[in-house]
Design a binder for this molecule. Structure first.
Ligand code: MN
Length: 218
C-alpha cells in the first residue's frame, strides 16, 4: 500500500438514477460555441466559428439540490445550461446528465480582450452543477429539448439536435487531442439565452428523459 504524506481526497462522484453505485468523476471537458444561436448572441459568426474546448476541475461539481454561495470576484455570474455526457470504461457514452456551466462573464470578457486564459472565468469553486446521471441506453435524446428556468421563468431553450458538433464528433475531436478515460464528463455547450444570476435566484435545468439540475444561490 502506498504511503501518502496526507490522506488523498476521495474522488468526486455523481449519483446514477436507479443504481446504488456512483459515477467517479475524473476530468471535466467543456465545449464552447456549440450552438449557432449562442455564438451569435456572444457577438460571433456561427458560420466561421469552430467550437472550442476548455476544462474545469472535477472538484467544481455541485449536485442537484445544493445551495451555491455566490462566487467572489464577479459582478456578472452567468448560467449556461448544457447536456453532460459521462464516459464509461470502454470509452462509450455511459450516461447523460444536465449541467450548468457557471461563468464569471466579466472575467471572461476581460480575458478575451487581452487574449488570456479563461481559467478564472470558468474553473472556480462550485462552477459545474450536474444532475443525477441517467444511463445512456435507457433514453433516446435525438429529439430532446433543453430548457433552463430561472425562478420558474424559461430563460434558455433549444434542441440538442442544434449542436454544431454532435456527441460522436466531440468525442472524436477530444481524443485527437488528449486521452479520454472512464469517469470523464463532457459539458457539450449551451443554446442561446445565457444571462445573469444573483443571490436568491434558483436555476432549474431540464432535458426530456433526464433528471433535473436545480441549485439556489445564497
Ligand atoms: Mn458553456
Amino acid at each position: 500500500m502506498t504511503n501518502y504524506v496526507f490522506p488523498p481526497h476521495d474522488p468526486v462522484s455523481l449519483a446514477i438514477k436507479g443504481s446504488d453505485s456512483r459515477f467517479p468523476v475524473r476530468r471535466i471537458y467543456c465545449i464552447g460555441k456549440n450552438y449557432a444561436d449562442h455564438v451569435k448572441e456572444m457577438g460571433g459568426d456561427a458560420a466561421r466559428s469552430e467550437p472550442i474546448f476548455f476544462t474545469k476541475a472535477a472538484e467544481t461539481i455541485v449536485e442537484s439540490g445544493s445551495d451555491i454561495p455566490f462566487p467572489p470576484n464577479t459582478t456578472n455570474l452567468h448560467y449556461e445550461v448544457e447536456l453532460v455526457v459521462a464516459i464509461g470504461p470502454n470509452l462509450e457514452v455511459f450516461a447523460y446528465g444536465v449541467g450548468i456551466d457557471l461563468t464569471r462573464r466579466d472575467l471572461q470578457s476581460a480575458a478575451k480582450k487581452r487574449g488570456g486564459p479563461w481559467a478564472r472565468a470558468k474553473n472556480f469553486n462550485r462552477s459545474a452543477p450536474c444532475s443525477v446521471l441517467t444511463l445512456a441506453d435507457s433514453v433516446d435524446l435525438s429529439k430532446a429539448r433543453i430548457v433552463l428556468r430561472k425562478n420558474g421563468d424559461i430563460v434558455q431553450h433549444g434542441a440538442l439536435s442544434d449542436m454544431i458538433w454532435g456527441i460522436p464528433e466531440i468525442i472524436e475531436r477530444l481524443r485527437q487531442d488528449m486521452d479520454l478515460q472512464a469517469g470523464d464528463l463532457i459539458y457539450t455547450g449551451t443554446p442561446a439565452g445565457v444571462g445573469p444570476v444573483n443571490v436568491g435566484d434558483e436555476l432549474s435545468g431540464g432535458i426530456e428523459g433526464l433528471q433535473r439540475i436545480t441549485v439556489r444561490f445564497i
